[in-house]
Design a binder for this molecule. Structure first.
Ligand SMILES: [Zn+2]
Ligand SMILES: [Zn+2]
Ligand SMILES: [Zn+2]
Length: 214
């Protein structure tokens, strides 16, 4: 993919060692394509002397094993290789810095993918509410709304006192496909209170005013 699916701008690509990060510098779109195992299978593998002990490594001792190390990501790949295949001084030591660098980039990548998925969720949420706003203007919704108001005799079903001006969704998951029993007529005041409570502000919210409160 070369162009941004959101704004059609040319995507840029950044090498993240085990992955490629494609991003749009115009709108912030991005996705990550993992190149592992391609990285370790087909790139630069070389045999290295691998020490389990740091001191032994520093002393360049004979207590080592031979493995292939991917020169791209720094990972130790596959099975141990027979020692008598190589002359000790002809092969380098395992390069820890490659692996450390990969670990840093991986942490960066994790953070990046977290941001990208948050952005995706945010976009989906915005689209959802845009569509919902459209729906509230539709002829279908206006008819449903009228049925509910009529069923409730145009009286608020929250305070059973004020005239109902609005229709409330008792359960948000039925938005845009509402069984009528999930809808109730409410007055503007009660609707405000209900919305506050639904948002979790139930402590500060004022009390519903019933007839006996007046
Ligand atoms: Zn874009
Ligand atoms: Zn690799
Ligand atoms: Zn009311």
């Amino acid at each position: 993919m070369n162009n941004c699916p959101e704004c059609d701008n040319q995507l840029k690509v950044e090498d993240k060692i085990t992955a490629e990060y494609y991003f749009c510098d115009k709108c912030g779109y991005g996705h990550i394509e993992y190149s592992y195992p391609r990285c370790c299978l087909y790139s630069n593998l070389i045999p290295v002397r691998y020490y389990t002990d740091e001191i032994e490594a520093m002393q360049n001792s004979d207590d080592y094993r031979i493995y292939n190390q991917c020169q791209n990501c720094g990972k130790k790949i596959g099975q141990q290789i027979s020692k008598n295949k190589f002359d000790k001084n002809s092969i380098p030591q395992f390069d820890n810095s490659l692996l450390e660098h990969t670990n840093e980039v991986s942490a960066e990548l994790r953070e990046l993918s977290k941001q990208l998925s948050e952005r995706k969720i945010q976009n989906r949420r915005e689209t959802y509410w845009d569509d919902y706003d459209e729906y509230l203007k539709s002829e279908r919704w206006l008819k449903i709304r009228a049925i509910v108001l009529e069923r409730d005799n145009f009286k608020c079903q929250s305070c059973l006192d004020a005239p109902a001006e609005q229709v409330h969704h008792v359960d948000g998951k039925f938005r845009k496909n509402e069984p009528i029993f999930t809808l109730v007529s409410v007055c503007t005041k009660c609707h405000e209170i209900i919305t506050e409570i639904e948002r979790g502000n139930y402590r500060q919210v004022e009390k519903i005013k019933y007839k006996f409160d007046k």
